[in-house]
Ligand binder design. Structure first.
Ligand code: HEC
Length: 189
């Protein structure tokens, strides 16, 4: 065996050992990082955990149990909403919430449409969902379901959509016919 061959085979042996090492290393890496790897921490999300991410549907499915009257809602509004939305829902830091009916479609280019819950929103369930998840602006998610039913009732009463003695709950909210309910065309997709 010539010296050159000796070196060459030693080189091959080194390369083989290196490749073996790399192979083992890769196997170990795959064991820890493959798609089937479990990390042994965390836990499956429960239905309760996922709840904040689902909206009730326009037909009322998914609304939580609860109820609230216009008069209870007036108190909630005064304590938690008025500062931003105004004494008469006319808006301020927050949007105007009532009025504007009939302004969405007109032929006067100088009259901008006034979009409010009263004039624009097609479903009362959206009002519940939005307030429940996004309001009060500085403390979203802090209200009970009863408070949200109540303040929704108050806003709908101020928008002349329901009567002053109304009580809203999970069964009747979706039945409210919003003024602009038929003002939307379904997207043709
Ligand atoms: C700190 C100020 C603040 C408070 C308090 C607050 N809001 Fe708001 N509200 C806002 C702002 C700002 C917006 C606009 C948010 C946006 O467009 O992202 C808004 C938007 C809304 C809208 C949507 C209006 C639209 O036509 O898009 C509703 C409904 C609403 N608020 C209801 C309430 C109710 C009910 C309360 C009390 C429980 C409340 N807000 C408390 C600031 C406030």
């Amino acid at each position: 065996m010539s010296t050159i061959t000796k070196y060459a085979s030693a080189g091959r042996a080194t390369a083989a050992v290196f490749a073996l090492g790399l192979g083992l290393g890769m196997n170990a890496w795959a064991d820890n990082h493959g798609p089937d790897k479990t990390y042994n921490f965390g836990e499956p999300a429960t239905a309760e955990d996922l709840k904040p991410f689902f909206s009730p549907l326009p037909d009322g499915r998914g609304l939580p149990k609860g109820s609230g009257t216009v008069m209870q809602g007036e108190k909630v509004y005064q304590q938690q909403c008025l500062a931003c939305h105004g004494v008469n829902l006319e808006g301020g830091i927050g949007d105007r919430l009532a009025g504007g009916r009939g302004t969405l479609v007109n032929n006067n280019p100088e009259k901008a449409p006034v979009k409010t819950v009263e004039s624009y929103w097609p479903y009362a369930t959206t009002l519940f969902d939005y307030v429940k998840r996004a309001m009060p602006f500085d403390r979203p998610g802090s209200m009970t379901d009863d408070e949200v039913y109540a303040v929704s009732a108050y806003i709908l009463w101020k928008g002349n959509i329901i009567e002053k003695d109304a009580t809203l709950n999970q069964d009747n909210l979706a039945k409210i016919e919003m003024p602009n309910r038929n003002g939307f065309k379904p997207a043709n997709r």
